[in-house]
Design a protein around this ligand. Structure first.
Ligand SMILES: [Zn+2]
Length: 283
């Protein structure tokens, strides 16, 4: 197997993420260690620029848009959302309405549901959460923690704003599609219920790179499977495991996880084992 050169870390200043060019026009946005949240990506297909997932914090998606414009020399053509969990859809509101959002149909339904339920709860909680975070900030001395708390304050302030909302997906897919750009081609693969009710991943076959969304975490933690844990349980752990094993067998070299650093087949297999052990065998 031909080993690719190490991904190039780009010179882009953001407190939220590190930026890598994995292959010409294929960029991975990897959450910074100081403010660990979710990852994203953006792709220069030549005639199109695609954003793959948005980010959670108020200013992180703004940095993501800035980076994509700087390195692709164009405005985003559309946004693809891997799944509906808030850390991946929260930044959708930062994209103007003329930039379409593409997701699975399940992501549309779940985002609609979130707006009705969890969002109302967030809005209600915002004033007290703001107060609590501001008090914690006064006592905090650890610079990384201070950064995190300031970031939380920005988020709660934004949630408190009466006009604050999420954008819903505009186009929904129930099957896989190929987007054939003038420079790069990407397959948007519909996985269905695995980590969420409807997951999507992005595969660059020729470049042997796959953006896995939350089907892959660099690190897993058995406490997630604990009945008392508030980490959502995967709706279909068998299909989840089988998908990981299937893609681990493919001719792919770099797997971009939804959380954590860039991965290889090793983490794909470890994740498959994790879901097998803690969610399938145990039940
Ligand atoms: Zn996530």
């Amino acid at each position: 197997m031909i080993e690719k050169e190490k991904p190039i870390k780009l010179d882009f200043k953001s407190i939220y993420f590190d930026l890598y060019e994995l292959s010409p026009g294929i960029f991975a946005v990897i959450s910074a260690e100081k403010l660990p949240t979710s990852n994203a990506g953006f792709f220069d297909l030549g005639n199109y620029s695609i954003i793959f997932d948005t980010l959670m914090d108020p200013f992180s998606t703004i940095d993501l848009i800035k980076a994509s414009k700087q390195f692709t020399n164009k405005d985003p053509s559309f946004v693809i959302i891997s799944h509906y969990h808030l850390d991946h859809v929260f930044g959708t509101r930062k994209f103007p309405m003329n930039i379409p959002i593409i997701s699975s149909y399940e992501t549309l339904l779940e985002t609609q549901e979130t707006l009705k339920t969890r969002f109302q709860d967030f809005k209600k909680r915002a004033p007290q959460e703001l107060k609590r975070t501001e008090e914690a900030l006064l006592k905090e001395e650890n610079p990384d923690k201070i950064l995190e708390l300031k970031n939380d304050i920005n988020t709660w302030n934004e949630i408190k704003d009466p006009s604050f909302t999420l954008r819903l997906p505009d186009f929904c897919i129930k099957n896989s599609i190929t987007i054939n750009g003038s420079k790069n081609q990407v397959q948007i693969l519909y996985i269905g219920a695995a980590h969420s009710k409807g997951d999507i991943i992005a595969l660059f076959e020729k470049e042997r790179i796959c953006f896995m969304g939350d089907l892959l975490f660099e690190l897993t933690d058995p406490s997630w499977a604990d009945p008392t844990s508030d980490i959502p349980k995967p709706p279909n752990p068998e299909h989840f495991r089988d998908t990981l094993l299937e893609y681990a067998e493919k001719d792919i070299e770099i797997y971009v996880p939804g959380h954590g650093n860039l991965c290889t087949k090793k983490e794909m297999r470890e994740n498959a084992e994790f879901y097998d052990k803690y969610y399938i065998k145990r039940s």
